[in-house]
Every structure is written in C-alpha cells, then in structure tokens.
Design a protein around this ligand. Structure first.
Ligand SMILES: Cc1cc2nc3c(=O)[nH]c(=O)nc-3n(C[C@H](O)[C@H](O)[C@H](O)COP(=O)(O)O)c2cc1C
Length: 410
C-alpha cells in the first residue's frame, strides 16, 4: 500500500473526538426505524459496519422534531428513542468505532400526511415544488420565532444524541433539507439578515451550529454536511460552497462532510449516477414512486466515475483549514489515496459499505482493492422495503424483515 493510501488508516481528530482511522460511513437512510423507532436491524446494520473497520459510522436522517420528518419511518430524535439508540452506540463502540447521528429537519421537503403548521416551513414562502405530490403546494417563510424554536429543537436533539452515547452529530445542511433551503439561492429569497449572498444565507445554519456547539461541543464532535454543488442550472456552485464553508469554519464547526446535489432539483448530483428505471416501479410508497418517476424525466444521463465530486470539493478545500471529509464515489484504494493526497482529512463511503460492510478491513488486509459496487442505486429503492436499505447484489440479511419490526432495546 502506498503512503497516501496508508494515511487513510491513521487516526483522525475531530474536535474532542479521536477516530481510529479516517474512514466514515456516510449517512444513508437505512429504512430501519418503522414509525420513527430505531429497530434491532438498525443496530445490526451499524454493528456490522463498525466491525468492518470504519473509524465512525453515521446514523442517517434523525429528525429533530416530528414536523421535521420527511417520511414517517425515519428515526425521530426524541426521548423514547434514546434507549434504542443507546443499544446501537454500545454495539458500535464494542467494535472499536465511533457513532455519529445525522440531525435533520426537512423543512418544505416533507411527505408527512400531517403537520402541526398549515404550511411546511422554509427559508422563504410561496410555491412548494417539493410538495406537488404531497398536496402541500405552498410553504411558509420562517419567522424569527420559528427560527428560535427550530434552533432549540436541534439543540435538544443533539443533547439526546449525547445521552444516547453518540460521539458526534452531523447537522444536515445539504441535499435540500431545511438548513440547506437557507443556503440555497433558489429557496432563500429573504431580504432580512438571513438572505443575500452565500455568506449571508449561511447566517441561520451558522446560528444553529453555534447553539449546538455551545450545548454539546465540549464532548461531541459537531460537523455539518454540505452540498458543494447543488447541481442544477442557477443552483449554488463550488465558490458559494467555499464561502459557506468559511462561515461554518469561523463559527467553530469541528468538521464538514462534503456532498453534492439536491433531492428535488438534482438527485443525480448526490449519486453521480442515475436511478435504475425498473427499480422505480418496485417502490411501494405511491408518493415516492410518482416523485421518482417525474424526477427521472428531468435527469441527464450520467456515466458514473470515481470521485465525481472531486473538483468542486477541492475548491472548498482551498478555502478553509478545518477537517474536511470527502464524499462521493470513492470505491478503490487508488481513489482513497487520491483523496488523501488532495489534502482531505477523512473519507466517507456510502454505497461501497452498503455493498460490503467489511470493505475497509478488506482494503487494509489487501484482499480487495476496488469495491464491486456498480453505483446502480438499487439500494436507494430498497430503503422503503420491509428489509430496509441493502445491496441487491448481496441480498438483505436473512432475518432482516423480522428484525426491522423489533424496537432495538426490547
Ligand atoms: C440508499 C441511500 C440512502 C441515502 N440516504 C441519505 C441520508 O439519509 N442522508 C444523507 O445525507 N445522504 C444520504 N445518502 C447520500 C450518501 O450519504 C452519499 O452522499 C452518496 O451515496 C454518495 O456517496 P457514495 O458514492 O460513497 O455512495 C444516501 C445514499 C444512498 C445510496
């Protein structure tokens, strides 16, 4: 193994947290929390990833409040979830890895049948493209009071994450969720102190970050996930991401996870490859099915290539000094060496670890140098099935559907 690749296996410090190596399992919605309750399958999923050698695994998509969910079956970071999540963090720690909780609020990107507000919240009001299929045609601009309440919800969720034994929290500021709606020029048309150029649009996400750092930053690593390009015409690009990264660095973020794309406008930019046509038809949730079909019509045809977010991520790398975690299409030892040589501090993997949770150990012991993941994205579709997110080339765990119905700690 060359020196750059070997560096990926050395410890990494993120704020108060030290990881055994630089590999991080990225948040990939597991579909393993029916009704918001973390299941035994979710524990087993992350236990296997931890046993497979990563430094840290990220539990996806933990909603900071019931209204902040996009779907009913995502983890809800509330007091009853704590004991279930503790079972997960203990299982991960026993394997020598750390655990991070991705904290999210969907804003106007929600398919919930019921919300406590008349319209879903966003940076600005008006027509809600994300809500066409859920019947939520309009969104409302957050007032200062809404902003205060949601900031408190992020803080409360971070405290619960600490109580559940997590080592880190990742604030989701990418892909079109509420905080990324503030960052996005398409969603944020505010004329107050929270709108304007990229740095001004980062004011509210930075405020949330500052509050979370104050609450838990002494003991937990606090990071943010950011889209380095939104991926559609008129969307924010790498220079704007660099300006946002500077604001987050000044605010004291311990690390950033760099991603790309937006769920509604450019989902392909998240994945660097298209959704599988046939697989769309197997989606059980009718709303998601129609939404996915419509999105496919607008999709450019892509050919996946390794490290597809490298160029815009390098622009962000040049702008800041804080630890940056590269994410997007890493799937070989050579690619990982490239990421390290580029000066990124960590390397996040999504699909390569869904395909094979042992991937990191196999890279280390030389039994594998390239993941056999084909970036087919069939795993994205399995998210909504009874067995949760899994690689279709490998199949789900034998007992997956049963374990997915059982609350983790019962
Ligand atoms: C099945 C699946 C579910 C995902 N769910 C989430 C999620 O809940 N939160 C998130 O930030 N990213 C999510 N992603 C995006 C990944 O974190 C990552 O950005 C993307 O897969 C590209 O990285 P990769 O090439 O290493 O897979 C998901 C990806 C997949 C494949």
């Amino acid at each position: 193994m060359d020196a750059e690749a070997a560096r990926a296996f050395t410890p990494l410090t993120l704020g108060p947290l030290s990881l055994r190596n630089r590999f991080i399992k990225s948040a990939t919605n597991e579909g393993m929390a029916k009704g918001g309750v973390p299941s035994k399958l979710l524990v087993e999923h992350h236990r296997r990833i931890a046993a497979g050698g990563v430094g840290m695994t990220t539990v996806a998509y933990c909603a900071v409040t019931a209204d902040g969910r996009t779907f009913e079956d995502q983890v809800l970071m509330d007091a009853p979830s704590v004991r279930h999540l503790r079972a997960l963090t203990e299982a991960v720690h026993r394997q020598g890895a750390a655990a991070s909780a991705q904290l999210t609020h969907g804003g106007c990107f929600t398919f919930l049948p019921k919300l406590s507000t008349q319209y879903p919240l966003s940076a600005s009001g008006g027509f809600n493209a994300a809500g066409v299929l859920s019947g939520r045609l309009f969104k409302t601009a957050m007032t200062r009071q809404d902003m205060e309440r949601v900031a408190q919800q992020f803080v409360a969720a971070a405290r619960l994450a600490r109580e559940a034994g997590f080592d880190a929290v990742e604030l989701h500021m990418g892909h079109g969720y509420l905080l990324s709606q503030f960052l996005s020029p398409r969603y944020n048309r505010r004329r107050d102190a929270y709108g304007g150029d990229a740095a001004q649009r980062a004011a509210y996400p930075a405020e949330v970050l500052a509050r979370v750092l104050d609450a838990v930053g002494q003991t937990l690593a606090v990071g943010c996930k950011l889209s380095v390009i939104e991926g559609y015409k008129g969307g924010a690009g790498a220079e704007e991401a660099a300006a946002i990264a500077r604001v987050l660095e000044r605010t004291g973020a311990h690390f950033l996870v760099l991603s790309g794309g937006m769920n509604v406008e450019a989902p392909w930019a998240i994945f660097g490859s298209n959704m599988p046509a046939a697989a769309v038809e197997t989606i059980q949730n009718p709303v998601v099915k129609i939404a996915t079909r419509l999105m496919r019509l607008a999709e450019p045809k892509l050919r996946f290539h390794e490290l597809y977010l490298r160029e815009p991520s390098l622009r962000v790398r040049a702008a800041v000094k804080l630890p940056l975690v590269y994410l997007g299409g890493a799937k070989s030892l050579q690619g990982i060496a490239r990421v390290m040589a580029d000066g990124f501090d960590g390397i996040a993997l999504g699909r390569a670890l869904i395909h094979d949770p042992e991937f990191v150990n196999k890279l280390k012991n030389g039994t594998v140098s390239v993941s056999a993941c084909t970036a087919c994205n069939e795993c994205v579709v399995t998210m909504y099935g009874a067995s949760g997110t899994h690689c279709v080339l490998q199949g789900a765990l034998a007992d997956a559907a049963r374990l997915n119905r059982q609350p983790a700690a019962d």
